[in-house]
Design a protein around this ligand. Structure first.
Ligand SMILES: Cc1ncc(COP(=O)(O)O)c(C=O)c1O
Length: 410
């Protein structure tokens, strides 16, 4: 019998998985057996089928299972089949892609937009395409992982691009970084500042007017990932820029480029986009590696997302319903003795500290019929594990009361 060769990968992977399990940090996938909605049917990690109230989806406006959104996807599938079997610039652009990009631009208030299979992909296209040697990208330390990785990738693709990080939402520290960049003789190109609009784990928002002012002072461009703000922030759910009265064309200045997802409030399927001036989206079409070398957003998803955005623009009362639910939930959770990080967003994190504790609290909540995920390291910094409660316009007052009763039983 030949002796088995010991590959280093096998041993170290087994050790990592064992250590995650021993530390109570192992993520067990739980399977949803119904459409995503306020009430779902699911199979727990232990294999048990249960009904639960879902408080951990990004389905902010309850559009994931909206009949018109579902029908638009089915219609797209019937009319165009499964896909184009091509990347966009060869023969991968369907009429629904063009329609969706026009709808996104109208919704965001920008000159143009361009879609990708995910926001991760869109972000990975943006910095390596936009930046050249002598540029610097300065990023909030709590920005989403897709921004961090895109910035890390940029100098690998384009030698001579600099990167900097500023303390979370600390504009003084950002200004220090900008002054350092100004004093560096090798930084001769464009300065980029990038932030999440709504920070996904804290639920807080970036100070866009303050960031805009610094951008204007230092000739920098502002890029905002508003994935958790679509359908949530601003009176008509356009995003964090609307919240601050910074829609393009207004007198307060705006954001230079947005990235966003179609996988949360805007239908919940999948997909991402870059929105902004046409020169930027055109450059991405010409030079962006994730679009030149990878297939387009599936047409069914494009059709569903297009319908979802049309509904958001047609029915701003959904945004108001979400806002009312958030206000009610925050009040009730606070009165039940839990401290929720304060913010105007639909993300309500309760900090519990230890990862194993967050996971066990989430398991107990599920036994009580409420699905809330516990997040720990490495998704959030060590020692700041949390239960992240996410509100939706699909929740009723009764759903929220059930959540609060379950929290009280913890
Ligand atoms: C702020 C932010 N940006 C980007 C993404 C990634 O979006 P997508 O799933 O479309 O890649 C997420 C998803 O978790 C996010 O929270």
């Amino acid at each position: 019998m030949p002796t088995a060769i010991a590959h280093p990968f096998d041993a170290r992977t087994d050790a990592t998985l064992r250590s995650l399990d021993a530390g109570g940090q192992y993520k067990h996938l739980q399977t949803i057996l119904s459409p995503m909605d306020a009430e779902i049917r699911m199979r727990t990690a232990a294999g048990k089928e249960v009904d639960a109230l879902c408080f951990c989806s990004n389905n902010y406006l309850g559009l994931a299972n909206h009949p018109e959104v579902v029908e638009a996807g089915i219609e797209g599938l019937r009319k165009f089949g499964a896909g184009t079997a091509s990347v966009r610039f060869i023969c991968g652009t369907f009429a629904p892609h063009e329609q969706l990009e026009a709808t996104i631009a109208e919704y965001m208030g920008t000159e143009s937009s361009y879609t990708f299979v995910s926001c991760w992909n869109a972000t990975e296209a943006l910095f390596p395409t936009f930046c050249e040697a002598g540029d610097i990208v300065i990023s909030d330390e709590l920005n989403h992982a897709c921004i961090i990785d895109s910035i890390r990738l940029t100098p690998v693709i384009k030698k001579g691009v600099f990167k900097g990080v500023y303390k979370h939402s600390d504009l003084d520290h950002l200004e220090t970084r900008l002054k350092e960049a100004q004093a560096n003789p090798d930084i001769t190109g464009q300065v980029w500042i990038v932030t999440d609009g709504v920070f996904s784990m804290e639920g807080d928002i970036a100070d866009l007017p303050g960031l805009r002012a610094l951008c204007d002072k230092y000739d920098a461009k502002l890029v905002v990932d508003d994935s958790h703000a679509h359908g949530v922030m601003g009176t008509t759910g356009r995003g964090t820029h609307e919240h601050y009265g910074m829609l393009p064309g207004g007198s307060h200045g705006t954001v230079d480029y947005f990235t966003g997802t179609l996988g949360k409030g805007l239908g919940g399927g999948a997909g991402g986009f870059i929105a902004g001036p046409k020169r930027g989206t055109e450059l991405v079409i010409q030079r962006g590696r994730p679009t030149l070398f990878s297939n387009a957003l599936p047409v069914t998803v494009a059709c569903s997302a297009n319908k979802a955005i049309e509904i958001v623009m047609r029915e701003p009362e959904r945004v108001q319903k979400l806002r009312d639910n958030v206000a009610y939930a925050r009040k009730q959770i606070g009165e039940a003795g839990f401290e929720v990080l304060e913010s105007p967003t639909a993300i309500c994190p309760i900090i519990v500290g230890d990862t194993a504790k967050a996971i066990s609290m989430s398991q107990r909540l599920l036994e009580l019929g409420v699905f809330v995920i516990g997040f720990g390291y490495p998704v959030v910094p060590e020692g700041t594990a949390r239960l992240r409660i996410q509100m939706s316009a699909a929740h009723t007052t009764q759903h929220i009361d059930t959540l609060v009763d379950a929290l009280k039983k913890l």
